[in-house]
Every structure is written in C-alpha cells, then in structure tokens.
Design a binder for this molecule. Structure first.
Ligand SMILES: CC(C)(COP(=O)(O)OP(=O)(O)OC[C@H]1O[C@@H](n2cnc3c(N)ncnc32)[C@H](O)[C@@H]1OP(=O)(O)O)[C@@H](O)C(=O)NCCC(=O)NCCS
Length: 255
C-alpha cells in the first residue's frame, strides 16, 4: 500500500524550461502575425474592438479558491493513522503500471482517447497519479507534480513544492469522505519525504470539492483568476465569497 517511489521533479523541470523557450517564442510570433493579419483585413477600429472582446473573455474565466499546506511544519497527520481497512492507495508514475481493469474504469468514465493523451502527457511531465481503492475496486484518483504546477499557475513554485490537481471520486463512492482521506494520505506521504509546501485549488462553484478540502489540513490562501497571454500569466486576486471559519479541519472518513 505504501508504495513509495522516488519523485522526479528537478531534472524534468530543467528539461521543460529549456523546451518551453522556443514554444513561447512561437506563440508570441503566431499571435502577432494573426493580429497584423486581422488589422490588414479589417482595419484599426475592428482590430481594437476584437482586442477588447478578447481581453474581456480572457479575464471572465472562473475564480479559483487556492489552498496551501506547509509540509515542513506539519508532520504526520493524525487521521491517516485511523485509516479505514477497506481503503488502499497505489502511487503510479507510468501508464504501464496501471492495472487494465482500473484503466478501463478511468478511460470509460471520460473519453478513452482523451484520457490516454491526458495521462501520457502528465506522466511525461513527471506527474504521479494516486489511485484509491475501496474493497479492491477503484474509487478515485488524484495527481501530484513536484517542483512546478501542471499548467501556468498563480505564482511560481520552489523545487520542493508540490501541486495537487485533478481529483476525482467515481459517483458511486462520493460523499463518504474518500477524497479528503486520499488528499490527507498524499500530504502525509509528501511530509514524510520532506517536501516543502503543497498547493491545491478548486473552482469557486465546486462546493463538493470545497467542502471536501475543508476536511483536510489545507489552509485557505486566497481566491483568484488567471489568464495566459503570450506565454505570460496574468492574475487577478479577489476576496473569498464567504470568509470561512473552518479553514483547516482534520479528516473523519465515513466508511
Ligand atoms: C469533489 C469530489 C472529489 C469530492 O469527493 P468525495 O469523496 O465525495 O468528498 P466528500 O465525501 O468529502 O464529500 C464532499 C461533499 O460532496 C457532496 N456530495 C455528497 N455526496 C455526493 C454525491 N453523491 N455526488 C456529488 N456530491 C456529493 C456533499 O456536499 C459532500 O459534503 P458533506 O461532507 O457535507 O456531505 C467528488 O465529488 C468528485 O469527484 N467530483 C467530480 C470531480 C471534481 O469536481 N473534482 C475536484 C476538482 S479537481
């Protein structure tokens, strides 16, 4: 169950930074040439109008609630010691390690082709998927990546920071505290490996995930939305809708 593997953050991070440079340059050149093209065909006024619509769309994305957890100050989390017997967690770092039955469940829940592409891309970036099983059957999963966020984020990560992202509990297993247990288990493992900080975010509309995270050790960091343009990320910070008194709580799994 405690299948600890060596995390692979730093090396991959350097590789990607080097690979990213030409991509950012190409994106910028592409955007400028499209803008010039539009201006030549439609004139200045239409181009400015188009730019205004583009910017409005860019910043009208959903707000995210951001959380952090200080792994260096918080050692083992007490609740994981009361781990329910029917739950097990496997830590997976490549597609080949995924059991066929588990993969069918993941792939058929989404689109098989998209799932495959998504998983391959994440493994290539050095991400880990944590599968949680209830009575031996796959109940859900969540991802981690060390040293950088999985996509442009709200702030830079340090080499030992970990991004938790894309958690899913299959519908038949929801509402039983499995997600907070999985998140807590992961935090516990990361703390044992002396990682520094963990970050996670949830859409402000996603009450299930917000409620779920309130049962973990994560602390509220803020509410923000972001937009990426020319390889740069623009962040707008806001106020949480309702300031919560329970920013941190320990897990109590209903099993
Ligand atoms: C968000 C999610 C991971 C929570 O997992 P979970 O194991 O059900 O979490 P919890 O048991 O802590 O339940 C959290 C809340 O979900 C809601 N919930 C309960 N049963 C539910 C069900 N059958 N379906 C949907 N939501 C339910 C409840 O409000 C619950 O809060 P409660 O403790 O007051 O009952 C899960 O609902 C899910 O996979 N959703 C779709 C994917 C998603 O939104 N992922 C998160 C963003 S990456």
């Amino acid at each position: 169950m405690h299948d600890a593997r060596v995390m692979r953050g730093g090396h991959k991070r350097n590789c990607e930074t080097a690979e990213q440079r030409p991509q950012l340059g190409m994106a910028l050149t592409d955007s400028i040439s499209r803008l010039i093209n539009y201006y030549q065909r439609h004139g200045l006024e239409a181009t400015l109008q188009r730019a205004r619509v583009f910017l409005r769309r860019l910043f009208s994305s959903h707000r995210l609630v951001l959380y952090y957890y200080d792994l260096s100050k918080n050692g083992s989390i007490a609740s994981v010691r009361n781990w329910p017997d029917h739950l097990t967690v496997a830590r997976i770092t490549s597609q080949e390690e995924i059991d066929q039955e588990d993969w069918q469940k993941v792939a058929n829940f989404w689109n098989p082709e998209l799932s495959h592409r998504n998983f391959s891309e994440r493994f290539r970036k050095g991400a880990t998927v944590w599968l949680i099983r209830s009575e031996g059957k796959l109940a859900g999963y969540g991802w981690t990546l060390t040293g950088r966020p999985i996509k442009p984020h709200f702030f830079p990560f340090a080499a030992n920071d970990v991004h938790l992202f894309d958690f899913l509990i299959f519908p038949e297993c929801r509402g039983r505290g499995i997600n907070p247990l999985l998140v807590t288990y992961i935090l516990d493992q990361l703390a044992a490996e002396r990682r520094t900080r963990a970050y996670i975010e949830a859409a402000e509309w996603n009450h299930s995930q917000l409620t779920s995270l309130s049962k973990t050790g994560f602390h509220l960091l803020g509410v923000a939305r972001k937009a990426s343009l020319f390889g740069r990320t623009f962040v707008e910070w806001g106020r949480p809708k309702e300031p919560s008194g329970s920013e941190s709580a320990q897990v109590s799994g209903k099993s």
